[in-house]
Design a binder for this molecule. Structure first.
Ligand code: GLN
Length: 481
């Protein structure tokens, strides 16, 4: 039997289209894997036992894809991993789901996440704690915990995720796969349960950069249903897949990102990737993003402000879990929301409250503009900016749950790109032992950021680098695979 887990999405599609295998065989293969592995990994909130049959010659040819439990699919339970929405069945498809359906999409199930996408470890899910296939004692990263775990373990060839401050890039880094978020506004937010509206960006988890670009081209584009949707064309020039080197590409390394507190093993793998980029002909330049240090503070003001506004609709009357007859809204909300959601609602309500709005939300929004300007200036000098995706490899389940500040610090390299709306990709570039005495080597991700609308350059650099790292990356397999 063909082990489809070893193939990319595009390879499996080609096998179906050339008649080497059938849609049914592929679906059953992945369904069996899910049944065998998911009891250990707990990545899925919902599994579809039967495939929806698709046209074999459609772009996706019915190959199963996993869906983060935050994308509305008509009639299919979509919970955002919250008790608030435990029985919610959306009456319509998210625009991205419609685009994928037109392309022959077959959903194999809903993937676990931090509640309402708030978190960096997956442990804020009200449903279950998803595990990292490289070491099942560890978190897979969050908030798209199930998506990353499912792709890394070969339970699905690709999965959808969302990234508000790093929720695709970080779990991709911790699970050793490719995580991609587009420029904000390229991928429609319509039908994606909102977290922080000025930051939410849908994207994907895949094994290869080509698969990420392939899905991006299906998903991206103007949508009148998203008020921030961009009109610019999204096509990727196929000539980038013929590139063998990175001559003429200028890559910036922001000096503010190489801080104390990065694990030594992570730094070593990132340095190795920088060397490979140099060998491939790229010009490596130092750049400065002087307002970097304010990024986390700005993010943790702007984001909760928007969270508190978005989550106010769940009052147990119009939407969400109802306590008793619904008269006691406070009770409905305290039963429906988990601890982290409640923390952010309170923080957000505070920074928006009269008397504090100017001191917090307004000031943070102004500093956000400075962060955007930093990137704009840096991208006048370089084509691409690289940083580590996260300061550490995956940590042990339970290690940071009681210390929100520690948890927020792991977002240090991803939030600035989100505040500036940039496209970003995390590429696995190596493995290292964790500093906590763990005995299993864990993946390290390199973050590749492009300028606004610069998806093509991100894919090009990531692709050429992945081709040149491939052997070493392919040798290692997760504990659960
Ligand atoms: N870890 C970040 C947070 O908790 C990012 C979440 C996300 O991107 N959805 O806010």
């Amino acid at each position: 039997m063909t082990e489809f887990k070893n193939f990319s999405l595009k390879e499996i599609i080609a096998m179906i289209q050339s008649g080497k295998t059938t849609q049914k065989e592929v679906y059953e293969y992945f369904l069996t894997r899910i049944k065998n592995l998911d009891p250990q990994l707990e990545a899925f909130n919902l599994i579809h036992e039967t495939a929806s049959e698709q046209d074999v010659h459609s772009p996706l040819a019915g190959v199963p894809i996993g869906v983060k439990d935050v994308f509305s699919e008509i009639g299919i339970k979509t919970t955002a991993a919250s008790k608030m929405l435990a029985s919610y069945k959306p009456p319509y498809d998210a625009t991205i789901i419609s685009c994928l359906k037109e392309a022959g999409f077959s959903s194999i199930g809903k993937l676990n996440m931090d509640e309402f996408a708030m978190g960096g470890s997956g442990e804020n899910s009200a449903m279950r704690i998803t595990r990292n296939p490289w070491d099942t004692e560890r978190i897979p990263g969050g908030s798209s915990s199930g998506s990353a775990s499912a792709v890394a373990s070969g339970m699905v060839p690709a999965a959808l995720g969302t990234d508000t401050g790093g929720s695709i890039r970080q779990p991709a880094s911790m699970c050793g796969i490719v995580g991609f978020k587009s420029t904000y506004g390229r991928n429609s937010r319509k039908g994606v349960i909102s977290m922080a509206s000025s930051l939410d960006t849908p994207g994907t988890f895949t094994k290869t950069v080509e698969d990420a670009a392939f899905l991006y081209e299906i998903m991206a584009g103007y949508d009148a249903g998203d008020s921030m949707s961009l009109q610019e064309p999204t096509a990727i020039n196929p000539a980038i897949w013929d590139k063998k080197d990175l001559k003429w590409i200028k890559i910036g390394i922001p000096k503010e990102y190489f801080i104390e507190g990065i694990e030594k093993g992570v730094q070593k793998e990132i340095d190795g990737a920088i060397n490979t980029l140099r060998e491939l002909g790229a010009e490596i330049k130092d750049v400065s993003l002087p307002h970097t240090e304010y990024g986390l503070a700005v993010y943790y003001i702007v984001m909760p402000a928007e969270v508190s506004t978005n989550l106010s609709r769940y009052d147990g009357i119009r939407f969400g879990h109802t306590h008793g007859g619904g008269a006691d809204i406070a009770m409905s909300r305290s039963e429906g929301f988990g601890k982290e959601a409640q923390r952010r609602i309170m923080l957000g309500s505070f920074v928006l409250s009269s008397g504090f709005y100017d001191a917090y939300y307004r000031r943070a929004s102004l500093v956000r503009e400075l962060i955007k300007d930093d990137f704009k200036k840096a991208f006048e000098e370089v084509d691409i900016i690289i940083t580590p995706t996260a300061p550490s490899v995956a940590w042990k389940i339970g290690e940071k749950v009681d210390d929100p500040l520690k948890m927020y610090l792991s977002d240090i390299f991803t939030v600035n790109g989100s505040l500036a709306w940039l496209p970003g990709l995390s590429l696995p570039v190596g493995y290292t032992l964790p500093e906590d005495g763990g005995i299993r080597e864990l993946p390290v991700g390199l973050q590749i950021l492009g300028p606004l609308l610069g998806e093509e350059k991100v894919f090009e650099v990531a692709y050429v680098l992945q081709q040149n790292l491939k052997e070493n990356i392919n040798e290692k397999k997760p504990q659960i695979f």
